[in-house]
Write a protein that binds this ligand. Structure first.
Ligand code: C5P
Length: 219
């Protein structure tokens, strides 16, 4: 059997990380982990319970129901749809900057990576969570293209939001993520930079699979 590798996919908001990561994981029969969903689940807790919840994070477990399109469970409660609300999106970068939140989730994510065969997307996967990942991608795209892609997703979810609103929300979230003190959004030195502005989903997927096969071949 071929050796398994870990693949870290980082980049700013709505760069297409989750769509691509899911497809790459499926092709390789790897596990896909959406770390943004974990930060969103903690943000939902924070909104519902107030800031003291940050001191009790060990009471909460976040799991993915793989057999059911990766539904997100927070202590067995299905929060898949709620974590995509505008309330959560507006607050998530603030909550993600808390030291207690990061250390709790990074530890959880590192445990998942031990077995290898994981495609993990986020902001600090290549730098902090899986610094030894065999393949690291930093996915970029222009803010306008990212907002247009996100607009389509929001429409499919039935959310009414306009393009200008989405563009400024994305830019603000990136600024907070890039400028926080602990594990900010930054390209790892050994990450491959991939600008997807002009590329189709299929082209990006193919490119990453090609890089992955090269790594799997030599590991
Ligand atoms: O990936 P997504 O856009 O759903 O992530 C939501 C937010 O979670 C990001 O804007 C960022 O603030 C936070 N996040 C993070 N570190 C990660 C993944 C997400 O800080 N590894």
């Amino acid at each position: 059997m071929k050796n398994k590798i870990n693949i870290a996919i980082d980049g700013p908001a709505a760069a297409g990380k989750s769509t691509i990561s899911k497809r790459v994981a499926e092709q390789l029969s790897y596990i896909y982990i959406d770390t943004g969903a974990m930060y969103r689940a903690i943000t939902l807790l924070y909104i519902e319970n107030g800031k003291d919840i940050i001191n009790n994070l060990s009471d909460f477990e976040i799991t993915f129901k793989r057999e059911d399109s990766n539904r997100v469970l927070l202590n067995n409660r299905d929060v898949t749809d709620e974590i995509r609300s505008q309330d959560v999106t507006g607050k998530v970068s603030e909550v993600s900057s808390f030291e207690a939140v990061r250390s709790y989730l990074v530890e959880m994510q590192q445990k998942i990576g031990i077995e290898k065969g994981v495609v993990m997307d986020g902001r600090d996967i290549g730098t902090t969570v899986l610094p030894d990942a065999e393949l690291k991608i930093f996915m970029q795209a222009s803010p306008r293209v990212r907002a247009e892609r996100r607009l389509l997703e929001e429409k499919e979810r039935g959310n009414a939001i306009d393009l200008d609103q989405l563009t400024s929300q994305i830019i603000r979230r990136d600024e907070l993520d890039m400028n926080r003190e602990i594990s900010p959004l930054v390209q790892a030195d050994d990450a491959v930079l991939l600008d997807t502005t002009e590329l189709s989903i299929e082209e990006v997927e193919e490119h990453i699979l090609h890089l992955a096969q090269q790594k799997i071949g030599v590991e």
